[in-house]
Design a binder for this molecule. Structure first.
Ligand code: NDP
Length: 331
C-alpha cells in the first residue's frame, strides 16, 4: 500500500453537520452511481477515489445497484479500499442503499425486511466491510407497510451493520411518516438523499422544511443534472460524455438534451462567467447556498472534473440580483 494522502487534506474542505446529529459531512461528497462500474476503467476510478480523499472528501456514496453491472461499483470500491484507503476507514463515511431491482424472485427489490437485510449483507461482502456508516432505503415501496421497512432499518443498526439510516426519493409526506416511526424506534433518520439541482427544485416545495423541523440532513444528488449543467453540451454531444455512453440504468440520454434546455444552459453559463466560475461550479455553489443542504454528491468521470468542481467552495455567495436572474432563466 503506497498511497499517502496529503496531511493538508482537511484544510480546504468545509464540513457541515448532518441535521441535528453528531455526524458532519463534507460539503462535497463523491458518488459512485456511474463511472465506477465493471464497464469502466478501474485505474481511472481508483485515481478519482484517491484524489477525492486527498481533497478532504470523506463521504463516499454507493448503492447495491450501482455499476453497471449492478453491484460492480461496490466491488470497485472494495478493491480500491483494499489497495489504498483501508488504513483510513475511520476517516471515511461509506453509505449504501437498497430499493431497486437486484436479483430474481419476490425478495430482490423494494422494501421488505427480507430484501433489505440480505441486500446489505451482499453489499458488505462486495466492499469487504463489516459495517457501513449510513444505510438508505433507496425508494419508497407502495406495497410493503412503511412500519416494516423502517423496522428493517432499525434492525440493521441494532445488528451493527450500519451506524445510521436514511431514506431517499421519499416525498415530504412519506418522509414525515418515516421520520416519526424511526424516532419512535430509537433510530433517528439521519438524512434524506434527494435529487436537487437548478433544473430539479422539488425539494424546495416542502421536503427541506420537513427535514429541518425534524433535525435530519439533506444530501443532494445529480447536482449537475447528470452533466447538463456544465458547458460540455453547448457544442454538441462529446463522444466521452455520459449522454453518448448508452450506459442505461437511468443515465442521461441524448434525447433529454433539448434546445430549450441548451438555451437555459447558455444563459446560465453567462452568469457563471460573470461570477468568475464555470457553470458546473456555479450549479454546485447554488445548491450549497442553502444551509439546510448538508452535502452535494458529485459524480465525476475524470479526476480533472473533481478538481474543477471543488473550486465551487471558493464562491458560494449569490447577490439578490444574480438569484433573480437565475430564477428568470429557470422559470
Ligand atoms: P451529476 O449531476 O454531478 O453528474 C455527473 C456528471 O457530470 C459526470 O459524470 C460528468 O459527466 C459531469 N461532470 C461532473 N463534474 C463536471 C465538471 N466539473 N465539468 C463538467 N462536467 C462535469 O451527478 P450524478 O448524476 O452522477 O449523481 C451523483 C451521485 O448522486 C451518484 O454517483 C450517486 O451517488 C447519487 N445518486 C443518488 C440517486 C438516488 O436515487 N439516491 C440517484 C442518482 C444519483 P460525463 O460523464 O459526461 O463526463
Amino acid at each position: 500500500m503506497d498511497f499517502l494522502p496529503s496531511p493538508q487534506r482537511y484544510d480546504s474542505m468545509e464540513y457541515r453537520r448532518c441535521g441535528k446529529s453528531g455526524l458532519k459531512l463534507p460539503a462535497l461528497s463523491l458518488g459512485l452511481w456511474h463511472n465506477f462500474g465493471g464497464i469502466d476503467h478501474y485505474e481511472n476510478a481508483r485515481n478519482i477515489l484517491k484524489l477525492a480523499f486527498d481533497k478532504g472528501i470523506t463521504h463516499f456514496d454507493l448503492a447495491n445497484n450501482y455499476g453497471p453491472p449492478a453491484g460492480s461499483a461496490e466491488e470497485t470500491f472494495g478493491r480500491a479500499l483494499k489497495q489504498d484507503l483501508l488504513p483510513y476507514r475511520d476517516e471515511m463515511v461509506v453509505t449504501t442503499k437498497a430499493g431497486y431491482h437486484m436479483w430474481q424472485g419476490p425478495y430482490g427489490e423494494w422494501g421488505s425486511k427480507k430484501y433489505l437485510v440480505s441486500s446489505l449483507d451482499q453489499s458488505l461482502k462486495r466492499m469487504g466491510l463489516d459495517y457501513v456508516d449510513v444505510f438508505y432505503h433507496h425508494r419508497p415501496d407502495p406495497e410493503t407497510p412503511l412500519e416494516e421497512t423502517m423496522a428493517a432499518l432499525d434492525l440493521i443498526v441494532r445488528q451493527g451493520k450500519a451506524l445510521y439510516v436514511g431514506i431517499s426519493n421519499y416525498n415530504a409526506t412519506e418522509t414525515e411518516k418515516a421520520v416519526e416511526m424511526l424516532r419512535a424506534m430509537g433510530t433517528p433518520c439521519l438524512v434524506h438523499q434527494a435529487k436537487y439541482s437548478m433544473f430539479e427544485r422539488w425539494v424546495e416545495g416542502g421536503l427541506l422544511d420537513v427535514l429541518e423541523q425534524n433535525g435530519a440532513g439533506c444530501v443532494a444528488f445529480s447536482p449537475l443534472a447528470q452533466g447538463l449543467l456544465s458547458d460540455k453540451y453547448l457544442k454538441g454531444i462529446p463522444a466521452d460524455s455520459r449522454a453518448a455512453s448508452g450506459r442505461g440504468n437511468g443515465a442521461l440520454e441524448s434525447g433529454r438534451i433539448t434546445e430549450g434546455k441548451l438555451k437555459q444552459v447558455l444563459q446560465l453559463n453567462e452568469i457563471a462567467q460573470q461570477r468568475g466560475q464555470s457553470l458546473a461550479q456555479m450549479a454546485l455553489s447554488w445548491i450549497l447556498k442553502d444551509p439546510r443542504i448538508t452535502s452535494v454528491i458529485l459524480g465525476v468521470s475524470k479526476p480533472e472534473q473533481l478538481t474543477d468542481s471543488l473550486k465551487c467552495l471558493e464562491n458560494k455567495e449569490f447577490s439578490t440580483e444574480e438569484l433573480q436572474k437565475i430564477n428568470q432563466i429557470l422559470d
